[in-house]
Design a protein around this ligand. Sequence first.
Ligand SMILES: Nc1ncnc2c1ncn2[C@@H]1O[C@H](COP(=O)(O)OP(=O)(O)OP(=O)(O)O)[C@@H](O)[C@H]1O
Ligand SMILES: [Mg+2]
Length: 217
Amino acid sequence: MLISCWSVKGGAGTTVVSVALALVLAPTHPDGVLIADFAGDVPAALGAPDPRDPGLTGWLAAGASVPADALARLELDVGGGVGLLPRGTGAVTAPDRADVLAGLLAAEPRPVVADCGVLVDGAATVSLAAGATHSLLVTRACYLALRRAATAPVRPSGVVLVTEPGRALGRSDVEHVVGAPVRAEVAVDPAVARAVDAGVLANRLPRGLERALRKAA
Ligand SMILES: Nc1ncnc2c1ncn2[C@@H]1O[C@H](COP(=O)(O)OP(=O)(O)OP(=O)(O)O)[C@@H](O)[C@H]1O
Ligand SMILES: [Mg+2]
């Protein structure tokens, strides 16, 4: 099962949602969970050291001759039943190989969460979002973001709505514009920002975030 998290506007909370989703899923599966980082911030959000190469960018660039066990060799154990496929350096290129990668990740016996970052037309991450078992748009109820979501290169199967007080637009507006159900509402919570800044999200996942994402998992 591949759960791809993506956004249409930077800073929506996609990395935090991806990491929290992986942390929520890890104890519920005997082999844990795998998180595939296509955006580059997952190690920092997990409070883990920043791995360099090789990573997913290298796998994509290597083409069809890549060894069958190459993905497994990229995986890093970050504890708590979470395996990490790091992004690597360079651009996420080779959209044709991204289709193959999406298929491999979707066929993994463990749940796989992919942080695809902001989707850009024609990018390899579009295939990861389109080829996922669950394709989750992470967005605020923001007019500017929703305008982009309406013309995004992928139709999501669900939305993770990051909610803030005082917004004019709400859940039903988002569902109407995006054409997909809101699977979870994650509140903007200073406890979440503090946990990320302190690098302790993996050890002390704030209760509200955990509860919200159980519904999407
Ligand atoms: N639910 C939340 N409550 C409070 N702060 C949050 C929440 N989610 C994310 N943040 C904070 O907002 C900032 C952006 O979050 P994050 O990096 O997850 O966004 P992103 O969509 O992945 O950004 P980018 O587009 O740059 O990859 C970070 O400082 C993070 O700590
Ligand atoms: Mg991010």
